[in-house]
Write a protein that binds this ligand. Structure first.
Ligand code: KG4
Ligand code: ZN
Length: 326
């Protein structure tokens, strides 16, 4: 049994996963406290992780119905993420492992999003292309093997796709995080109402789109509910098409017909629908495996070389720049 911790941002997550990829518990405690600030406040996130982590670990064992003696490997997200937040889960995990002299596996957060595909019951295995789109990252990856190096085919030049959703939602007065709310508003709108840019070139770029929405809101009567729905629908369409266009091109160039989706934006209905239309072998994670969770970290830990006790005690976290997918 693998015990995994994920606290890279504002979700306090602990999971118990079998070596065969069976999820026995996947506890996610989301910190709603940040919503009124319009974004995650790093220091507050770290403090809440400290307050929540013991209870979340207890809840994971209770839900899985297993004892601590059944844990044979401990894993935690090492980065990238908010340093203070990462430290809480990472140190809790090291402490749990050290107390029992268990091996410890440090896991890269983005490798975790990819490894969500390897969990039961899907067990979607490489080779495949992966689109990881979250509030912090937008990456198109060529995953040749579970443990091998991963090639980055495209990344974002400015904002992440989830950030684009969140900023658009904010401009439309929908609160934070607004991706899902924007998508709900968009469902009542006509996506062909406004022509928003999809970005040029190989990489993703959402800064121009964001500015285009800002100017369009000033131009139209944004207090009209139908106009707002049309704005949301057109804006969502632009993000989805920007993602899909580059995915299609990469699938074509690489001559592969296997695609895995990951990250919070993978929860987006129109994106899932558009990708499903492509007729490729597709792994669309269930919603609780799209957004940040510790089951995906446990899954990735199976392909990481674990450190024996006490070799991991001095290991540190990283905010950015050190992971395999930098
Ligand atoms: O992976 P995640 O939980 O956290 C990060 O690692 O960032 O992703 C959160 C992001 C947020 O930007 C949120 O607005 C977006 O995923 N998101 C959505 C939807 N659900 C969550 N974006 C579009 N449509 C959704 N249904
Ligand atoms: Zn994430």
């Amino acid at each position: 049994m693998i015990l995994a911790f994920e606290t890279s941002c504002d979700d306090t997550c602990v999971a118990l996963v079998g070596d065969d990829g069976t999820i026995h518990a996947n506890v996610i405690s989301s910190q709603e406290v940040h919503n009124r600030f319009g974004g995650v406040v790093p220091e507050i996130a770290a403090r809440h992780h400290v307050e929540l982590i013991d209870a979340v670990v207890g809840e994971a064992f209770a839900r899985a119905g297993v004892g601590v003696e059944q844990v044979s490997l401990v894993a935690a997200t090492r980065g990238p993420g908010l340093i203070g937040a990462l430290l809480v889960g990472f140190c809790a995990a090291k402490g749990f492992a050290a107390a029992r002299e268990l091996p410890f596996a440090p896991v890269d957060h983005l490798s975790g999003h990819v490894a969500a595909a390897y969990l039961a019951p899907a067990r979607f295995e490489p080779p495949f292309l992966a689109l990881i789109a979250s509030g912090g990252h937008t990456l198109l990856l060529d995953v040749a093997a579970r443990a091998g190096p991963v090639q980055v085919l495209a990344r974002t030049l400015d904002d992440a796709a989830g950030e684009a959703f969140d900023k658009g939602a904010r401009m439309l007065g929908l609160g934070y995080p607004g991706g899902a709310a924007l998508s709900r508003l968009a469902a009542d709108g006509d996506p062909s109402s406004y022509a928003f840019p999809r970005g040029r070139g190989e990489d993703f770029s959402f800064a121009g789109l964001k500015t285009a929405l800002l100017y369009k809101i000033r131009e139209v009567d944004a207090s009209d509910p139908q106009v707002r729905a049309n704005l949301a629908a057109s804006y969502e369409r632009a993000i989805v098409e920007a993602l899909v266009r580059r995915v299609v091109r990469a699938l074509d160039r690489r001559g592969t017909a296997r695609l895995a989706l990951g990250g919070g934006v993978a929860a987006n209905g129109p994106l899932r629908a558009r990708l499903a239309e492509l007729g490729v072998e597709l792994f669309l994670p269930p919603l609780e495996l799209c957004t940040d969770n510790a089951a995906m970290i446990a899954s990735a830990a199976r392909d990481v070389e674990a450190l024996a006790y006490p070799d991991y005690l001095a290991l540190d976290v990283y905010a950015t720049g050190e992971g395999p997918l930098r």
